[in-house]
Design a binder for this molecule. Structure first.
Ligand code: URA
Length: 237
């Protein structure tokens, strides 16, 4: 149980002060339609309705199809991927973070959560979460390049830790799929440059078992409860 005013302000709907006014106006009710008496009433989040609608989940777990040109950050110059979400998400407590980052010009699946433990597991190299990248290249893809990209055991320029083995397959004359369990800075771009075939397009199609699917660029959705449970279980949380 949590105070109604604390719940609404934590979820970013309004300040704690404003909740009293909302209670008086009748905008806030229980699921059965009955009214609250005061802003300090103790409630269960799932039982609260605002203008008849359920509130946002108390824990956010979101997937988005990141469009090109957007930055995965709270602080950089806009446009930011967080601008594609409801404004109230920006003032939630705890804060929403992206699970790793995609470069500004990279498109595809990005996860976001405000669950710190889950975030930590998903970005930790120890958990070896697979990220699937679709890559277009400047030159024809050779068998030697595919083998080297998959092999691991060699170092990128300015890195002293050898790359982990990856999976790589040619998908066209000038395209390939690379599946990584690491998430180093500009990793795919740097790997392609290192094998002498820089990329011209980078798209993340899948993160663990989650695919970008039908989401159009800029679209997002909450994980379903079943999806959330599967993810939490796969992270042994
Ligand atoms: N590797 C990159 O080089 N860029 C991305 O956005 C993701 C992985």
């Amino acid at each position: 149980m949590i105070r109604l005013d604390k719940l609404l302000s934590n979820l970013g709907y309004c300040s704690r002060k404003e909740v009293g006014r909302m209670v008086k106006s009748g905008a806030l009710t229980r699921a059965d339609g009955t009214s609250f008496k005061k802003a300090s009433d103790k409630v269960v989040a799932e039982d609260v309705r605002l203008d008849g609608e359920p509130l946002d989940p108390t824990e956010l777990l979101i997937m988005m199809h990141k469009p090109a040109g957007y930055t995965c950050s709270h602080r950089d110059r806009p446009p930011l991927i967080f601008d594609l979400l409801p404004e109230r998400f920006a003032v939630r407590d705890p804060k929403l973070s992206c699970v790793g980052r995609l470069d500004k010009d990279t498109t595809g699946l990005i996860l976001m959560t405000d669950n710190g433990q889950l975030l930590h597991r998903l970005i930790s190299p120890n958990w070896k979460v697979e990220k699937f990248y679709q890559v277009d290249t400047v030159l024809d893809v050779t068998e030697a390049q595919v083998e080297r990209l998959a092999a691991g055991g060699w170092c990128l320029p300015d890195d002293d830790k050898p790359l982990a083995p990856a999976r790589c397959r040619k998908t066209g004359e000038r395209s390939l799929e690379l599946v990584l369990t690491e998430g180093r800075y500009h990793q795919v771009k740097r790997m392609l440059e290192a094998v002498g075939n820089p990329l011209t397009r980078l798209h993340r199609s899948q993160f663990a078992e989650w695919e970008v699917g039908d989401l159009a660029p800029g679209e997002w959705r909450h994980f379903t409860e079943a999806e959330r449970e599967a993810l939490v279980e796969s992270c042994s949380l």
